[in-house]
Design a protein around this ligand. Structure first.
Ligand SMILES: [Zn+2]
Length: 107
């Protein structure tokens, strides 16, 4: 088992996970144990974000590639703006709900 990434946003984590499992890569998500928080606060905050593990280490490289491609496409999407089909406001490409009128930007 090898740690692939940690992601605070559980819905995003779910997305990443299904992406990998669609490719036949077995994964496990574990929430960091809150008992690990040191009693004395340190400068480095304890990691409480859920961590995604690849179960079979031979899948790790493939998983890392898929993840990298996913992050890249996400970055491209967020750079492409979408015009709301209802009110005409410009929204970042990864927005589904218009920030201005609250409707689905793609109609
Ligand atoms: Zn709108």
């Amino acid at each position: 088992m090898k740690e692939l990434c940690s992601e605070a946003d559980m819905s995003r984590m779910g997305l990443i996970r299904s992406l990998l499992e669609n490719q036949g890569i077995e994964t496990i998500v574990e929430r960091s144990n809150e008992l690990d928080v040191p009693a004395i606060p340190t400068l480095t905050p304890p990691r409480l974000d859920p961590v995604l593990y690849v179960v079979n280490e031979e899948d790790y490289e493939r998983a890392a590639t898929i993840l990298q491609e996913y992050f890249q496409s996400e970055e491209v999407n967020s750079r492409t703006e979408v015009t709301c089909s209802f009110c005409g406001a410009m929204n970042p490409g990864n927005f589904e709900i218009c920030w201005s009128c609250g409707k689905n930007v793609r109609g």
